[in-house]
Design a protein around this ligand. Structure first.
Ligand code: PGA
Length: 261
């Protein structure tokens, strides 16, 4: 008999810029039906803003949650184009991804803006999924752990212990996102262990409970090996979350791999 894994595994889709409203509803309801029997993990889908409220309505009362892909820290005002975390919560989301590397790369996000977004998400009752990860140049220079550690500090030091305890961290090496080049389980585990070490140093036992997701070219055929690693608690999935079949397989195989004793 295997023990339930602590922390509870979490698999989150990130649909990025994708799909019509009807595509989004079809994918979300397909995922809900396909993972209905999964009880040993949390699962969420990540639609674009236009579809977020509709998808959340369709999934209401079920076991699949909804994640926004971003959100702003101000509540209202002259911030054309922005969406407040409170609006996201009101639309029915549970999570907000903050600091994704595409936002850092193309939209000027910094650790400071990510920290403000994480804090605002928590204030709105959302769980932030705080993304950190090194570039290939940083890894090749032997600086992966230093870069990730600095990003973790920069995005979480302004959170209270209680706020940090509610958050999810996503380690996404930039060189593995959308490239088909997944980090090896050992490479990922090394970074996850260093993140875990910092969380435990600050929060003691509670640091063991924080979910640390891996992201970057996660597919059905690599999730099992990743989930066998001690400090990999789930995945943030881009491309492979865009079909019901591949995302459901990731969830099912991921759960099986980490609950098997
Ligand atoms: P990918 O994206 O799975 O397509 O590599 C992951 C992410 O950006 O969260």
């Amino acid at each position: 008999m295997s023990n339930p894994r602590i922390p509870r595994p979490f698999f989150c889709g990130n649909w990025k810029l994708w799909g019509t409203l009807s595509d989004s509803v079809a994918l979300a309801t397909g995922v809900r039906n396909a993972v209905a029997a999964v009880t040993a993990a949390d699962v969420a889908v990540g639609p674009g803003f236009v579809a977020l409220g509709t998808v959340a309505d369709k999934l209401k009362g079920g076991s699949v949650g909804v994640a926004a892909q971003d959100g702003y820290w101000e509540l209202k005002g002259a911030f054309t184009g922005e969406v407040a975390m409170a609006q996201i919560a009101d639309a029915g989301a549970t999570y907000a991804i903050v600091g994704h590397s595409e936002r850092r790369q193309y939209f000027g996000e910094t650790d400071e803006t990510v920290a403000r977004k994480a804090k605002a998400a928590l204030a709105a009752g959302l769980i932030p999924i705080i993304c950190i990860g090194e570039t290939l140049a940083e890894r090749d220079a032997g600086r992966a752990l230093a870069v990730v550690g600095k990003q973790l500090d920069g995005t979480t030091s302004s959170l209270s212990d209680d706020e940090l305890g509610k958050s999810v961290i996503a380690y996404e090496p930039v060189w593995a996102i959308g490239t088909g080049r997944v980090a090896t389980p050992a490479q990922a585990q090394e970074v996850h262990a260093s993140i875990r070490g910092k969380l435990v140093q600050r929060l003691r036992a509670r640091g063991q409970q924080i979910r640390i997701l891996y992201g970057g070219s996660v597919k059905p055929d690599n999730i099992s090996e990743l989930m066998k690693e001690k400090d990999i608690d789930g995945a943030l999935v881009g491309g492979a979350s865009l079909t019901v079949d591949s995302f459901a397989k990731i969830v099912q195989q991921g759960v099986t791999a980490c609950t098997r004793s």
